[in-house]
Design a protein around this ligand. Structure first.
Ligand SMILES: [Zn+2]
Length: 479
């Protein structure tokens, strides 16, 4: 049973190897239950994207949503285990597909349905090995318009010669599975569907390709949508659905589809999984009412609570506003825009003249994602990092950070807070702090100081620096 209010509310999750952003190669599997069904991420690899593939993304959007000018991406397939059926949705590149299935106890022969969202190579690569079908017992579902497109010589010849390779690849797959191929006609989202098997049906989502489809899993009261390529740059296209990608066959149609699908799943609280959503590859969309949607990864609760526990262990005297500050810095970096670099230099030098306790660690990732780090000033005081280097790193990080889009941050904080609330911490002044933070956000502000209790206990002296600059530049000074 799933709660109506929140599609992920009572779904249980199994996390096999999907925790450390550092160990990117091993983030392969993440399972979520839907009624009596199970949907598992089969990651083919995690990567990052940049602005080159996006249409209509402004530098401001990048500053808001993608610090360091990159966003997390991935290539995923999914396994659906539903009332006796073993369904593979897309086949990725075929890199780790069989190994991932094996770790879930599933062999290629056991797959009785392969449902392809579309016929791009990163979704069909795992279908063939040495030109032969990898899934000998599977019925393969492809939408009729998708089939028509890839079989059309006219469509192929309309492209420059160096971009026709996808057609040959798609035709190879269609040919190899021709005896097991089922072409399907699907309906729009929200229309009464025609199930392929009970509890499983395709939905039209045309635009990325002419026959791109999504697949819905229904079990008990639960629904779960595997939406294929509705997003490629989730961090940007969720708040800004009008941003398209250069590999959309019809970018305008893809944008209209994305708006429609996002509106539907946000309104109906239907969890989604996507072929290019970074690990865990699934989550839920919140409508933040003023600017697009907010993607909440399925492991947000665990990650937030883990981050809170670590903060509490390190800083037992902390208050809610210190947690707020920590999560804010994760998303948006330095809280104040730096307009005057001379002043920033002066403040840094002044702070360095004060007493600074040795830190346990020079670098501390903020929040649950660690998009920004706190760099302790003791690193400068102890002669590890030269002062001008830290100042430059800080100023560049502040440049990466935009003035945070308040509606997005307010909705995000509410979500984070609900996961902190669930921990039932007995922090002093918790309710008062909570109300004060709401008041700050409602009045259009967002920056807060550390609490007096925190400042008295820990005398924090740090600067916020983006993850990339810490990893690629500052760590070198510690070697
Ligand atoms: Zn794709």
């Amino acid at each position: 049973m799933m709660k109506k209010i929140c599609g992920l509310g009572t779904a249980s999750m199994i996390l096999l190897a999907c925790t450390s952003p550092e160990k990117q190669l091993n983030m392969n599997i993440f399972t979520q239950t839907v009624g009596t069904a199970k949907v598992s991420l089969l990651s083919e690899g995690q990567n990052t994207g940049n602005s080159a593939t996006l249409i209509g993304a402004t530098p401001e959007m990048f500053r808001e949503c993608a610090p360091d000018s990159t966003y997390p991406s991935a290539v995923n397939a999914f396994l659906v285990q539903l009332s006796g059926h073993t369904i593979l949705i897309d086949a990725g590149f075929g890199n780790q597909l069989l190994q991932n299935l094996k770790s879930l106890g599933v062999t290629a022969r056991q797959i009785d349905i392969v449902a392809l969202t579309h016929l791009h190579g990163d979704h069909t690569g795992g279908m063939l090995r040495d030109g032969k079908p990898v899934f000998p017992n599977a019925t393969v579902y492809v939408s009729q318009p998708e089939y028509d497109y890839w079989m059309s010589d006219e469509a192929m010849n309309s492209l420059p010669e160096n971009r026709r390779g996808g057609f040959a690849g798609a035709r190879k797959v269609l040919e190899a599975y021709k005896n097991r191929l089922q072409l399907i006609n699907v309906r729009e989202i929200g229309e009464t569907p025609e199930p392929l098997v009970p509890g499983f049906y395709g939905i039209a989502a045309y635009g990325h390709t002419p026959g791109h489809v999504m697949f819905m899993v229904e079990s008990g009261a639960g629904k779960f949508l595997i939406w294929g390529d509705i997003t490629h740059a989730t961090a940007i296209q969720t708040p800004y659905p009008a941003v398209a990608v250069t590999y959309d066959v019809n970018p305008g149609q893809a944008v209209a589809t994305r708006h429609k699908v996002m509106d539907y799943v946000a309104r109906h609280h239907i969890p989604v999984a996507g072929a290019h959503i970074a690990c865990p590859g699934m989550g839920e969309l919140l409508d933040n009412r003023r600017q697009g949607y907010l993607f909440q990864p399925a492991d947000l609760k665990e990650k937030v609570q883990q981050a809170v526990r670590e903060q509490l262990k390190k800083y037992p005297e902390l208050r809610l506003q210190d947690l707020y500050k920590n999560f804010f810095q994760d998303y948006f970096g330095p809280e104040h825009l730096i307009s005057d670099t001379a002043m920033a230099a002066k403040y840094l030098r002044q702070e360095l003249d004060s007493e600074i306790n040795p830190a346990g660690a020079f670098f501390e990732p903020a929040g649950w994602e660690g998009r920004f780090y706190r760099v302790d000033l003791s690193a400068v005081k102890e002669g590890k990092i030269p002062c001008p280097v830290l100042l430059d790193a800080f100023l560049r990080s502040a440049g990466h950070a935009a003035k945070p889009p308040l509606p997005i941050w307010h909705a995000q904080w509410d979500a984070i807070l609900s996961h902190i609330d669930a921990l039932q911490l007995s922090l002093p002044d918790y309710e008062t702090d909570k109300a004060a933070l709401q008041e700050i956000l409602q009045s259009g502000r967002y920056a807060v100081h550390h609490s007096d209790a925190f400042s008295d206990a820990y005398h924090p002296h740090y600067r916020i620096v983006s993850k990339k600059i810490v990893e690629e530049e500052l760590t070198l000074y510690l070697k």
